[in-house]
Design a binder for this molecule. Structure first.
Ligand code: ZN
Length: 164
């Protein structure tokens, strides 16, 4: 290594700040020069950059999924504004996921409504109990999927906060 050049151990400590452009101009240049000349540190740098990119991509997918769920549920519950109705109906036409989510949402809504109507008309508490148990399973499944996405989303956000 040339005199005045940074050591690998120093680069190790500076790498995250370098990736976040948090170093001053002179240090940015010094790190860049080291990376250009050191395959080991360059590999580390590339790995972190790749992880950062992957996480951002993953987070965008999850954000999109959560937004879709929220919009569909507002749409189905008649809580949507005119703009949102226009948006959801447009998305359903061009995005298979929206279409699927809407159909599933409508189906669940229908099941819940039918079951509710049935239960309110029922005289036999045994059958009512059975139907309620069925609804619980369906609701639980939905909740599980939603919680999974929320957990994944929180996790990604946490990691991105750490790595940028
Ligand atoms: Zn190095």
């Amino acid at each position: 290594m040339l005199k005045g050049c940074l050591k690998c151990s120093e680069i190790n400590k500076l790498l995250l700040s370098y990736i976040h452009f948090e170093l001053n101009k002179k240090m940015m240049t010094r790190v860049a020069i080291h990376l250009r000349n050191c395959p080991n540190c360059m590999e580390k740098y590339t790995k972190i950059q790749k992880r950062k990119k992957d996480l951002k991509l993953k987070m965008r997918v999850i954000e999109k999924q959560l937004r879709m769920e929220r919009e569909i549920s507002q749409y189905l519950d008649n809580e949507a504004t005119d703009d949102l109705i226009f948006n959801v109906e447009g998305m359903v036409l061009c995005d298979e996921n929206y279409k699927k989510a809407l159909i599933e949402g409508e189906e669940i809504k229908r099941i819940l409504k039918n079951s509710y109507n049935k239960i309110s008309e029922l005289k036999n508490p045994k059958i009512a109990k059975k139907i309620i148990a069925k609804i619980r399973v369906k609701k639980f499944k939905l909740l599980k999927i939603k919680n999974y996405f929320i957990r994944l989303f929180e996790h990604s956000r946490h990691v991105i906060a750490k790595f940028g």
